[in-house]
Design a protein around this ligand. Structure first.
Ligand SMILES: [Zn+2]
Length: 236
C-alpha cells in the first residue's frame, strides 16, 4: 500500500509568522517569545567606564593605546554574542518551518521614533532577517516579507474584526465579535503568518475569488484577506 499523498498539504502547520518586538526580540505565531538580548545595553555601563578612562589618557601614550584596546574588545564581544544569538535562533526557526514570514522592516522603520531606530540597530533585526532568508534559501524553504499594515495588532487573527483602538500598554485583549482572547504580540504574528499564506496561496492557485488579487510575491493589505483561504489559525 502506498501512502496517499495529500494534494493540499496543511501548509499553515509548517508556516511561522514572526513579529519583531522590543520587549521581546521576536514573537512567533505558535506562541513563542524570544527575549530581546539587548547586548549593548548590558555592556553599556562597562563600555562607558572604559571610554571615559580612554578619554582621560594622554595623547600618544601607551596607556591610551591600552585603553583603546579595551574599548575595542567590548565592542567585538558585543557583536560576537549578538551574532551567535541570531544564528542560533534563525537556525532553529528555519529547521522547524517550511514557510517563514516576517514583517517588512522598512515599514516598521517608518515609525518616527529616535529611540526606536536605535533599538532596531541594537538588536539586529536586519541581520536576523538576512540570516532567516539565506538559511531558508539554502534549504529550499520559503522566506516571505509581509508589509506591516497599521492594524496588524488591532485586527483579530481569527475573524478579522478590527478594534478601533488598542493602547500600547494593552498586552492582551478579547475580540468583541468572536470572543477570542488575544495576546497582543502573538495575534500580530498570526496576522503576519496568515497574510503570508494568503499571498502564497494566491500565487499558486488557479482561481482567486474576489477582485482584489495580489501579484505573487507582492505584499498587500490584511483587510482584503479572505480568512477561509488561509486555513484555520492554530488554537492558542
Ligand atoms: Zn475575532
Amino acid at each position: 500500500m502506498t501512502e496517499k499523498k495529500c494534494l493540499k498539504p496543511p501548509l499553515h502547520r509548517k508556516a511561522i509568522g514572526i513579529d519583531l518586538g522590543l520587549t521581546h526580540f521576536c514573537i512567533t505565531s505558535n506562541g513563542n517569545k524570544f527575549d530581546n538580548p539587548r547586548h549593548t545595553k548590558k555592556h553599556s555601563i562597562n563600555l562607558k567606564k572604559k571610554q571615559q578612562s580612554l578619554a582621560r589618557k594622554q595623547k600618544d601614550s601607551n596607556a591610551r593605546k591600552k585603553a583603546r584596546k579595551l574599548v575595542a574588545k567590548i565592542h567585538s564581544k558585543v557583536s560576537r554574542v549578538r551574532e551567535d544569538f541570531l544564528h542560533k535562533l534563525s537556525r532553529k526557526i528555519v529547521n522547524e518551518n517550511q514557510v517563514i514570514a516576517v514583517e517588512n522592516l522598512n515599514v516598521k522603520g517608518m515609525v518616527r521614533n529616535h529611540n526606536f531606530a536605535k533599538a532596531v540597530l541594537d538588536c539586529g533585526w536586519g541581520q536576523f532577517c538576512t540570516m532567516l532568508k539565506y538559511k531558508a534559501q539554502w534549504e529550499g524553504k520559503t522566506y516571505i516579507e509581509v508589509d506591516r499594515f497599521f492594524a496588524s495588532s488591532k485586527t483579530c487573527s481569527v475573524c478579522l474584526n478590527k478594534v478601533d483602538s488598542l493602547a500600547l500598554d494593552v498586552r492582551s485583549w478579547t475580540c468583541t465579535k468572536c470572543k477570542t482572547q488575544h495576546d497582543r504580540d502573538i495575534n500580530a504574528a498570526l496576522n503576519i503568518r496568515n497574510e503570508a499564506l494568503r499571498i502564497l496561496s494566491l500565487g499558486t492557485s488557479d482561481t482567486a475569488n474576489g477582485g482584489n488579487v495580489s501579484q505573487p510575491g507582492k505584499t498587500s493589505v490584511l483587510l482584503d484577506a479572505v480568512p477561509r483561504e488561509v486555513g484555520n489559525p492554530i488554537p492558542l
